[in-house]
Design a binder for this molecule. Structure first.
Ligand code: XIL
Length: 330
């Protein structure tokens, strides 16, 4: 059984972030691996503001439309990623905006255009990505926070809900499972939004495991479990949205160690009913943002450079199989 079949048997989603260049080149091997093994896709870049709406009067739908059409043709769901991202992926006309009303108008225009274009085909959207500082328990500085104020998350949720109340709205954050201060602050922010009844459907825990290159702590399934239960206890759906695990280049047992870590993390997440998705940040080790940002040969994904399954694939498959045994669909 493929990963996709096992996920379907448990009524959950298994996703992959899709590299627009490889996908757009028509690489058949890449496309068939995607459709055979996954039932959800996230655009790795193509839906980010800088790519899809680089200038106020210019939209570039090509890459994301191709992905959405592919997903429809192969009965896969689409996770829209992302609208407001304090750190990156945002064009200058937004980041350099100096007027709160003008910024609000850009937000409304952008979200309305996106959501009407995606109605019926994009199930859920990470409307805010990484509202906190990458490595510290404090809000990220951005034009959103400085012009719209501390409560801009509520404003983004409200605008998005007005645009289309059928699209699930998510907030996505990274490293909360390895930085306790960040977990605590994020928990308080989300609890406040829930208390005020804002239209928040779910929380994405990205799940990048970049230790030791970047993350301050090693992968920790207990902390991931704690993160998932924290938000599920608030009545929210939870997803692991961007998982990858660095395999240390000099460790001879690295692929087995990586497999064990993947298995434990995915098991911890899927052991909670409210967690209905695990998405991996890429397909094979041939194409990963990790190479680009943290150095080559970290082999972070489930399939090797040739597209063959690694020990990580087997471990993740076992975790999905155990979820399917626990909560079979039908
Ligand atoms: C990354 C992409 O993988 C890269 O291709 C791009 O250059 C930068 O963004 N957290 C996120 C993702 O939410 O959108 C980021 O994706 C990785 C970190």
């Amino acid at each position: 059984m493929s990963l996709r079949d096992l996920a379907a048997a448990g009524g959950v989603r298994v996703g992959a972030a899709v590299n627009d260049q490889i996908f757009g080149s028509g690489d058949e091997h890449y496309r068939s691996l995607l459709a055979d093994e996954f039932n959800s896709v996230t655009a790795e870049r193509a839906m980010k503001w800088s790519w899809i709406h680089p200038e106020p009067d210019r939209w570039d739908w090509k890459a994301s439309d191709e992905l959405v059409e592919f997903a429809e043709a192969h009965q896969m769901q689409v996770r829209g990623h992302t609208v407001v991202w304090p750190h990156w992926g945002t064009p200058d006309y937004i980041t350099q905006c100096a007027d709160a009303d003008a910024l609000r108008q850009h937000l409304v225009d952008h979200v309305h255009e996106l959501f009407s274009h995606w109605a019926g085909s994009v199930a859920r959207v990470d409307v805010v990505n990484e509202p906190l500082h990458w490595l510290e328990g404090r809000p990220a500085d951005s034009v959103w926070r400085s012009l719209l104020g501390e409560d801009y998350l509520a404003e983004v949720l409200t605008v998005a809900h007005q645009a289309d109340s059928n699209i699930e709205l998510w907030i996505n954050e990274t490293h909360t499972e390895v930085i306790p201060d960040k977990h605590d602050l994020f928990t308080r922010i989300v609890a406040d939004l829930v208390e005020r009844d804002l239209p928040l459907h779910g929380i994405g825990i990205q799940g990048h495991q970049l230790y030791p290159d970047f993350s301050p702590g090693p992968p920790d399934p207990d902390q991931l479990y704690r993160g998932v239960t924290t938000f599920s206890d608030m009545g929210l759906e939870v997803a692991v949205t961007e998982m990858d695990v660095l395999a240390h280049p000099t460790d001879p047992a690295r692929l087995d160690v990586q497999g064990r870590i993947y298995g434990e993390l995915v098991d911890a997440a899927l052991s909670v009913d409210a967690c209905q998705e695990v998405t991996f940040w890429g397909l094979s080790d041939a194409h990963s943002w990790v190479d680009e940002h943290f150095g080559p040969d970290r082999a972070p994904l489930l399939f090797d450079r040739e597209g063959h399954p690694k020990p990580a694939y087997d471990a993740v498959t076992a975790a999905f199989a155990s979820r399917a045994r626990r909560t079979p669909v039908g």
